[in-house]
Ligand binder design. Structure first.
Ligand code: BTN
Length: 246
């Protein structure tokens, strides 16, 4: 169902905005729009998403999830993350290096290779429709950010962005089916690939301005992460902690 309709644009400021600007009645559930070049990409928390033209994958899709309550909205993130993960695992020699980082990032080792921007529309406490934007670094060789990487940097291979898009759509569709049919299994797969899940690592508490060690024990469908630190069970929302990479 995801990929019922696919449009490839030469150039558009933001594929999320492209879908937002369409008449809802003209959109098909699962419709995908991809831009070869995106000059004004939006990232999480009001950040920008910088991407070299014609080198990377920047696309969005429109979805009308059935009966999803607003307090379960983070669960959409599980299927999107797992779909991306399963696709990227097939493209690299060391699939174990592909990881999910709470809340919205895709990592290769300790570097960010992709990000997700989910924009939900709520009606009477249900998600009526959502626009899911995905950016994956494919053939870009250099980044201003030390913490960013691409498939090319990690594999020394060049990829056809359109072939990766086709594989990504297929993988997202499989994972969306799992979301609908076996949510527990999907969640298990998400947690099994989550950076820091049941493993002690270092974090920075942005609220209290201090480092701490802990292990992630759970992620709630509302999006909060639970971290056990010594005797304490702590719960954090978006922006409240940062992962520390040595
Ligand atoms: C992040 O900050 O990590 C999320 C980045 C999401 C970027 C994608 S690229 C396609 C889609 N269109 C946008 O404007 N943003 C998302």
């Amino acid at each position: 169902m995801i990929g019922n309709k696919v449009q490839i644009l030469k150039n558009f400021p933001s594929t999320n905005d492209f879908l937002k600007q369409q008449n809802k009645s003209d959109l098909v559930d699962g419709e995908v729009v991809c831009a070869r070049s995106q000059e004004n990409g939006r990232g999480q928390r009001g950040n920008t998403w910088e991407t070299e033209p014609n080198k990377n994958l920047t696309f969005s899709f429109y979805l009308e999830p059935l009966d999803l309550n607003v307090n379960q909205q983070f669960s959409l993130n599980y299927f999107v993350s797992v779909g991306i993960l399963e696709c990227l695992k097939q493209l690299v020699d060391k699939p174990e290096n592909i990881l999910l980082k709470w809340p919205n990032d895709i990592y290769y080792g300790d570097k960010k290779i992709g990000g997700i921007l989910i924009e939900n529309n709520v009606k009477e406490s249900k998600i009526s429709h959502t626009i899911i934007g995905i950016g994956i670094n494919i053939n870009q060789e250099q980044f201003n950010l030390r913490t960013a990487t691409s498939l090319y940097i990690e594999t020394r291979k060049e990829f056809s962005v359109e072939e990766v898009l086709a594989k990504m759509i297929h993988s997202l569709d499989i994972s969306y089916n799992l979301f609908v049919k076996d949510f527990m299994l999907l969640k298990k797969e998400y947690l099994n690939h989550l950076l820091g899940y049941q493993k002690t690592r270092k974090y920075f508490n942005n609220l209290q301005d201090c480092f701490f060690d802990g292990e992630i024990v759970e992620v709630g469908d509302h999006g909060l992460v639970k971290i056990r630190s010594g005797e304490l069970l702590l719960e954090f929302g978006l922006k409240e902690i940062s992962f520390v990479f040595d």
